[in-house]
Design a protein around this ligand. Structure first.
Ligand code: SF4
Ligand code: SF4
Length: 477
């Protein structure tokens, strides 16, 4: 008799029901009572349909058990015990990957001197060559970059152009001409360009805000929270805090630029972990519609690095969880909630995202340095070691292929048995490079955190499915 055994899934509960996150398909299913019982029984000990029927005979008829087995086999929650588990396949794109997003570094200069910044801080990806990098993108390189973007976008009807820095507004003249040129070329080519920029908000002025509005530019503001937090790390070169400077400018931006959600991006450090307090301030007092948090990228041992344990990652997780549950209650009640970390993960779960690579870096997304060098993403722009080409020569397809080959999830043996791999895929290359010296290394220092956070997001997803399924339909739209 064929024996069945449990396979690759992660269970969770929502609304009193049992759900599974199915790792091979990245799908989510709710189990009926019979399937739940069969799976629990098989997880304890493999068994045949006959054995399972007899073990569960006090609760389920034989045909219920048989159809539960069939269903669980179909979704690959169980498999034939004697058959080896399927190995992870390494499937590389068969042709060049069309570009979706170009992150254009318009300057490497910044008027703030944040201690932890990867651009200026101690952990920057530095090459000798980067030291020679022009501090500002010039108009000619910017135009070449736009031409490169359309060329590499191939058949994509929409491309995203994100301006990045340094502080982007230090090079406002080139921002303006670049956007105008991209719009003109997009119109001529019949392609839509979606623009966005990241700024520290110190240089926002009414006329710049108007330009952002007129051109429908999405804005992400790097900000660390209330005054005491912001002024601790986000300081001018003379050491003065930036809170009082940015607050009125941000208020003006939020009040007038209403067509696009304006996001706040908070860098979390060991000294800046009052996530709920920061969230309340930025969302409820300042008025950001999206507030997202990212732990600082750092090598081990920096005094701002978030530590393991109750004062570090555990504290961060508890607060992320509290905000995620608050998001759920707000959403069910039809209220808006700004915690974007949870909405981003819910969107990925809902779309059934299953990644072979942690992000789009080098595959659909590139970072362009001020000298026109093309790197994996904005964080690697200007790093010779991670150069994929240049805006003049285009992407070196061989290099790209070699990168994709080396960095595929199938090579990360530590991740092969991890249920969170469809969403994590080993984590950020920049973080891995900073921590372990290689983009190919899985970010094993935050696995527990990733799994616990993903589990919470799955629970929230299940609760939404139970209590407000119509909301799931809107996710990602
Ligand atoms: S890095 Fe850790 S959490 Fe992420 S997929 Fe690999 S083992 Fe899982
Ligand atoms: S490598 Fe890291 S920083 Fe770069 S795009 Fe990916 S996740 Fe973002």
């Amino acid at each position: 008799m064929t024996q069945f055994a449990a396979r690759d899934f992660h269970p969770f509960e929502a609304g009193g029901n049992r759900y599974l996150y199915l790792v091979p398909s990245a799908g989510v299913v709710r189990l009926d009572r019979a399937s739940d019982a069969v799976l629990s029984t098989v997880a304890q000990e493999p068994g045949s349909v006959g054995e399972l029927t007899s073990r569960l005979s006090d609760r389920f008829a034989a045909d219920e058990v048989a159809s539960a087995v069939e269903e669980l086999l179909h979704i690959q929650a169980i498999g034939v015990a004697a058959e080896p588990r399927k190995r992870m396949l390494k499937v590389l794109p068969s042709s060049a990957v069309p570009l979706q997003t170009m992150v254009l570094n318009v300057t490497s200069k910044c008027n703030l001197a944040c201690t932890y910044c990867y651009e200026y801080g101690e952990d920057r990806v530095v090459d000798e060559e980067a030291a020679e990098m022009p501090r500002f993108l010039d108009e000619e390189t910017a135009r070449q970059s736009v031409d490169f973007m359309f060329e590499e976008a191939g058949p994509n009807p929409v491309v995203n152009l994100t301006f990045f820095g340094g502080e982007t507004l230090l090079n406002f003249p080139v921002l303006k001409t670049t956007l105008a040129y991209a719009r003109e070329r997009g119109d001529a080519l019949g392609k839509k360009v979606q623009f966005s920029l990241t700024t520290n908000a110190t240089l926002l002025k009414p006329e710049i805000v108007q330009w952002l509005i007129d051109n429908e530019v999405g804005v992400t503001v790097s900000i660390d929270g209330p005054k005491e937090m912001q002024d601790r790390f986000r300081v001018f070169h003379n050491g003065k805090g930036s809170y009082e400077v940015v607050l009125p400018k941000i208020r003006d931006l939020l009040q007038r630029h209403t067509a696009k959600p304006i996001g706040a991006r908070v860098t979390l450090t060991r000294q800046n972990l009052d996530i709920i307090g920061i969230y309340r301030h930025l969302s409820e007092e300042v008025g950001f519609q999206q507030v997202g948090f990212a732990p600082v990228t750092t090598a081990n041992g920096r005094d701002y690095a978030i530590e393991d344990g109750e004062n570090g990652y555990d504290l961060m997780l508890q607060q992320f969880q509290a905000l995620a549950w608050e998001f759920l209650e707000y959403t069910v009640a039809g209220r808006r909630h700004a915690f974007s970390n949870v909405t981003e993960t819910l969107e990925e779960i809902h779309k059934g995202v299953s990644k072979a690579y942690p992000c789009g870096a080098g595959v659909g997304l590139v970072g362009v340095a001020t000298n026109g060098d093309v790197g994996l993403c904005h964080r690697f722009a200007g790093s010779d070691e991670h150069r994929l080409g240049s805006v003049g020569e285009g992407i070196d397809v061989e290099k790209q292929r070699e990168f994709l080959d080396r960095n595929h999830l199938a090579n990360k043996t530590d991740c092969h048995t991890c249920w969170a791999r469809p969403l994590c895929a080993g984590g950020c290359y920049h973080e891995a490079h900073t921590r372990y010296g290689s983009t190919e290394h899985a970010n094993l220092h935050y696995c527990e955190w990733i799994r616990a956070w993903t589990h919470t997001c799955l629970e929230v997803y299940g609760e939404l499915a139970e209590r407000a399924p119509h909301v799931l339909e809107r996710i990602g739209n």
